[in-house]
Design a protein around this ligand. Structure first.
Ligand code: G
Ligand code: G
Ligand code: NA
Ligand code: MN
Length: 256
C-alpha cells in the first residue's frame, strides 16, 4: 500500500504512539514538562522516524488528523497523570505543530477542543512551532499565535537558529521560549563558534524576556555550563530519552 494508507491506518489501529521526553529546569533539576514525540512502528515491526513520516503526512494532508490525534493524546495523558496524583501533576506537556498543519487546520479551535475533552487548562500546554511556520504566512501565524496565547498556552520556537527567517518576528510574535537546536549544543564545549552562538541566543532571549531550552544535552558538563550561561531549561539523553507514557510517569513520580 502507499505510505499514506499505512499512516492513516496506524493512527486508527494504535501503531502510532506518543513518547514523552522530560524537559528539566537547569537550576533546580526538576522536571517542568514533557515533549510529546510521535512514534510509529509499522506492521512489519520497523520503527519509523518522524523525520520520515511527518513530511509524508504533510504532503498528503494527513498531518491534520495526525496533529489532532497527537494533541488529543498528549492532553489525555496529562489528564491521566493529574488523576494519578489527585491534582495538578506539576508539569506541562509540549506538542509539536508543523508549518503545513498550521496552514491547513483551524489550530486554536482544534487545541481548545482537545483541552476541553481532556479537562486540562491551556496553561498546562506548550506548543512548539518552527520558523518555517512563520515564513509561510506571517499574518495568519500571528493571529493564530495570539489566539493560542488567549487559551493560556506557552509558545516555543523549536529548532531555533536553523531556519531561514529574519529575526524581526521575535519582536512581533508572542513567543515565550526559544529552543536552541541540538546542532549548536552537541559538541559545543569543544567548539568556540558554537559557544559564541549559544551565548548570543541566550543573551538575545534574556533581552527579549524569553526563556530558553537547550536541546540534546548528553553530558553533565554541558548541563552545568548551560546553567552557568543562564539557559533556563534542558532536554536530552543525559536526563532521559523519549519514554513510553508509563515510564515517563514513573520518572516524574520518582524525581519530582
Ligand atoms: O523524536 P525525534 O527526534 O525522532 O523527532 C524528530 C522530529 O519529528 C522532531 O523535529 C520533532 O519535532 C518531530 N515530531 C515528532 N513528533 C511530532 C508530532 O507529533 N508532530 C510534528 N509536527 N512533529 C513531530
Ligand atoms: O526537532 P525536535 O527538537 O522536536 O526533535 C527532538 C528530537 O531530538 C527527538 O526526536 C529526540 O529523540 C531527539 N533527541 C532528544 N534528546 C536528544 C539527545 O540528547 N541527543 C540526540 N542525539 N537526540 C536527542
Ligand atoms: Na519539537
Ligand atoms: Mn527542536
Amino acid at each position: 500500500f502507499s505510505v499514506e494508507t499505512e499512516l492513516r491506518r496506524a493512527i486508527e489501529n494504535g501503531d502510532m504512539t506518543l513518547s514523552y521526553q522530560p524537559i528539566w529546569d537547569l537550576g533546580s533539576g526538576r522536571i517542568v514538562s514533557f515533549e510529546a514525540l510521535a512514534r510509529w512502528t509499522n506492521e512489519e515491526g520497523v520503527a519509523l522516524s518522524p523525520n520520515d513520516f511527518i513530511p509524508v503526512a504533510e504532503e498528503s494532508g494527513l498531518i491534520v488528523p495526525l496533529g489532532r490525534w497527537a494533541m488529543e493524546q498528549a492532553a489525555l495523558t496529562l489528564a491521566t497523570w493529574d488523576r494519578r496524583v489527585g491534582g495538578d501533576c506539576g508539569v506541562k506537556v509540549a506538542v509539536n505543530l508543523s508549518a503545513i498543519q498550521l496552514q491547513r487546520d483551524r489550530i486554536p479551535e482544534m487545541v481548545q477542543a482537545a483541552l476541553e475533552q481532556a479537562g486540562i487548562a491551556g496553561s498546562r500546554l506548550t506548543l512548539e512551532l518552527t520558523e518555517s511556520a512563520i515564513v509561510s504566512d506571517p499574518d495568519r501565524i500571528s493571529r493564530t499565535m495570539m489566539a493560542l496565547k488567549d487559551l493560556g498556552a506557552t509558545l516555543a520556537m523549536d529548532d531555533f537558529g536553523t531556519g531561514y527567517s529574519n529575526l524581526a518576528y521575535l519582536q512581533k510574535l508572542p513567543i515565550d521560549l526559544l529552543k536552541i537546536d541540538r546542532s549548536f549544543i552537541s559538541g559545543m564545549l569543544a567548539d568556540r563558534d558554537k559557544i559564541a552562538i549559544v551565548r548570543a541566543v541566550l543573551s538575545l532571549a534574556q533581552a527579549l524576556g524569553m526563556q530558553t531550552t537547550a536541546e540534546g544535552i548528553e553530558t553533565n558538563e554541558l548541563a552545568q555550563t548551560l546553567a552557568a550561561l543562564g539557559c533556563t531549561y534542558g532536554q536530552g539523553y543525559l536526563y532521559a530519552q523519549p519514554l513510553v507514557e508509563t515510564d515517563a510517569y514513573a520518572l516524574l513520580a520518582a524525581r519530582n
